[in-house]
Ligand binder design. Structure first.
Ligand SMILES: *Cc1c(COP(=O)(O)O)cnc(C)c1O
Length: 399
């Protein structure tokens, strides 16, 4: 028998331990905090109550009685699980109803739902482009869009955040000697998840037409706040090839989706591996999402969005008067950039001690040296919450 000296090989558990220590020494260590209440503007974390300024449940629908009831009814009718992937026998009518409603809501020909927004990005990008192609990403695009591009095998090129001049120079360079069959896909968020600003979509559409590329937009943080999204608000639906969104944020449920032409949806059903090789979403999730869209599209949804917008204005005014630069903010997301990881974790801890829950957001969620507090408002907050928040932020600036 051949024996080999194994003593110089890396031990599995030693390796894990070393890597964890590295993260701790850089203040990049993350832990899960156990939430014992439902998701709302107040949450109970490890026995203590906090005002929650970290949720993406922008319209306060996650705990809405109508969504709960829709989920319960779907379980009673279809069961707890979907049994198989959509192409085997899991294509339950509730998923189709959701997709028909999404297409109607977004005013596109068709829609396809996925188990999550992350899987939506992976499925769409990896099936649309591959080796030899190019994906041009806004530098601050969400990690799922970066991961999807890497997995697709296409070359990843970034342009400076919301900078159309730079995007044009990138497109010019690519088009110089570009092979006829090379696909170039521009990908951007509409409302940016960690910065709360909005992409210059009209100019991006002009550029993608001028340079013969395609456009995919991720409306994760716009859907439901800007009605059905920025693309529709601007009336440029026809010009955007691929519209993506998630059902886990303002919609209040869980899942992700793509909207577009019928041929795009049929293509994805056949080609998107994260759609094909996974069990269909649970019926309860699709039913809750359907109800969430119905509410967003109703008078109640308009009232909720209106309440949220007025809270946004209030917070913006008080932060501006405290010299915090929030002039670019056009959404429910307010980044307070603190720079170092140490500073961000320290301030987050201070706020927690004062009953305010806003975890620090650090690399790799945001670029290095731009650690921040990411404040999100929801329609379930009230003006008093915003007042308490600004007071605590003021006193935190002294620490
Ligand atoms: C949250 C988020 C996703 C992922 O959606 P999930 O449904 O949570 O997987 C995708 N894109 C952006 C911009 C997001 O913020």
């Amino acid at each position: 028998m051949i024996s080999e000296n194994q003593s110089n090989r890396l031990n599995f558990y030693d390796y894990l331990q070393q890597e964890c220590e590295k993260l701790k020494s850089k203040e990049l260590w993350r832990i899960l905090r156990r939430v014992e209440s439902e998701q709302s503007s107040r949450i109970i974390v490890e026995g203590k109550s906090y005002i929650n300024f970290s949720s993406n449940d922008y319209l306060g629908l996650a705990c809405h009685p109508a969504l709960k009831e829709a989920a319960i009814k779907a379980i009673e009718k279809y069961g707890a699980g979907s049994g198989a992937s959509r192409l085997i026998c899991g294509s339950i009518s509730i998923h189709h109803k959701l997709e028909e409603r999404l297409a109607d809501f977004k005013q596109t020909e068709a829609a396809l739902s996925f188990s999550s927004g992350y899987l939506t990005a992976i499925g769409a990008i990896c099936s649309l482009v591959g080796k030899g192609d190019i994906v041009i990403l806004d530098r601050l695009a969400h990690s799922c869009l970066i991961d999807a591009t890497r997995l697709s095998g296409a070359k990843l090129v970034v342009f400076r955040h919301n900078d159309c001049e730079h995007l044009e120079s990138v497109l010019k360079r690519i088009n110089n000697g570009r092979p006829a069959n090379q696909k170039v896909l521009i990908v951007t968020e509409t409302v940016f998840s960690m910065d709360g600003d909005i992409a210059p979509l009209k100019q991006i559409v002009e550029l993608k037409e001028k340079y013969g590329s395609w456009l995919m937009v991720d409306e994760a943080h716009a859907t439901g706040i800007y009605k059905s999204g920025i693309v529709n608000s601007l009336g440029i639906c026809e010009a955007v090839e691929v519209q993506m969104g998630t059902l886990g944020k303002a919609v209040g449920a869980s899942g992700g989706f793509i909207c577009g032409k019928k041929v795009l949806i049929e293509y994805l059903i056949n080609k998107a591996r994260s759609f094909i090789f996974t069990t269909a979403p649970p019926p309860a999730a699709s039913a809750a999402a359907l109800e969430g869209i119905n509410i967003i599209d109703s008078d109640e949804g308009k009232v909720r969005a209106g309440m949220l917008l007025s809270l946004i204005d209030e917070l913006k005014m008080s932060l501006l008067s405290a010299d915090t630069d929030v002039s670019n903010i056009q959404s429910a997301i307010f980044p307070i950039i603190l720079g170092s990881n140490e500073k961000a974790t320290k301030v987050a801890k201070y706020l927690m001690e004062n009953g305010i829950y806003i975890p620090a957001i650090r690399y790799p969620t945001v670029p290095k040296n731009s650690a921040r507090l990411r404040i999100t408002l929801t329609a379930n907050h009230n003006p008093e919450d915003v007042r308490l928040l600004t007071l605590s932020l003021k006193s935190a600036s002294g620490i």
